[in-house]
Design a protein around this ligand. Structure first.
Ligand SMILES: [Zn+2]
Length: 205
């Protein structure tokens, strides 16, 4: 018989096997104890690869178009942010680069780093640290939606540039959906168990 302690209220409860796609909740406080996500690792890997492809499309194809001395110049998300920086809007430029480029890329790379080896029953170096960092970042997931909204509003307000509603824009939208799906495909229980951490079973120390 295995026991699980609620991470919210520390109540010890007996672990039971769950039917697919269901979750076990704490009897006292209702916090989710664990889930049964079918093919969790395969789905996470597939979504990470899809995320990487979408990320590349979102960053390679033009996202913005600027008017420079009568000529229209197209810019990617990154070069658009650099243009914002040059216009003196370095705070917005920094936020756009961090939330729309750096953070999604870091999440995708962390997911691949952790879950590709897990699929082949291997543990990469410093997995536990990487996994904690990934979960931390996923708590902030929807912030890039908010940031891209600010970017669009700013571009419209300042009339500095226009948004190109092309492949990059659609890829970015797809990327957000895929990252959200990726985060919910992860089964933290399963990952911690693979690491051999018995953190859900106090009394070992
Ligand atoms: Zn509880």
């Amino acid at each position: 018989m295995s026991l699980i302690a609620c991470h919210e209220c520390d109540l010890l409860q007996q672990r039971i096997s769950l039917p697919a796609k269901s979750k076990a909740q704490c009897g006292r406080c209702g916090a989710v104890l664990y889930r049964n996500i079918p093919n969790s690792i395969d789905r996470t890997v597939a979504l990470s690869i899809a995320g990487l492809v979408l990320f590349i499309c979102a960053n390679v194809f033009p996202f913005l178009a600027f008017e420079v001395s009568g000529q229209s110049v197209q810019a990617t998300l990154l070069s658009g942010a650099v243009a914002l920086y040059k216009q003196g809007m370095w705070e917005v430029a920094g936020l756009v680069i961090f939330t729309c480029v750096a953070a999604p890329l870091a999440q995708i790379l962390l997911m691949l780093y952790i879950f590709v080896p897990l699929k082949f029953n291997r543990l990469p170096y410093a997995t536990a640290k990487a996994f904690r960092l990934l979960r931390e970042m996923q708590n902030w997931n929807m912030i890039e939606v908010f940031m891209v909204g600010i970017l669009v509003a700013l571009v419209k307000l300042t009339k500095m540039a226009v948004i190109v509603p092309g492949l990059a824009m659609w890829s970015f939208m797809g990327l957000i959906i895929v990252l959200t799906a990726g985060a919910s495909a992860i089964d933290p229980e399963l990952v911690w168990n693979r690491f051999g951490f018995k953190k859900e079973q106090p009394g070992n120390d």
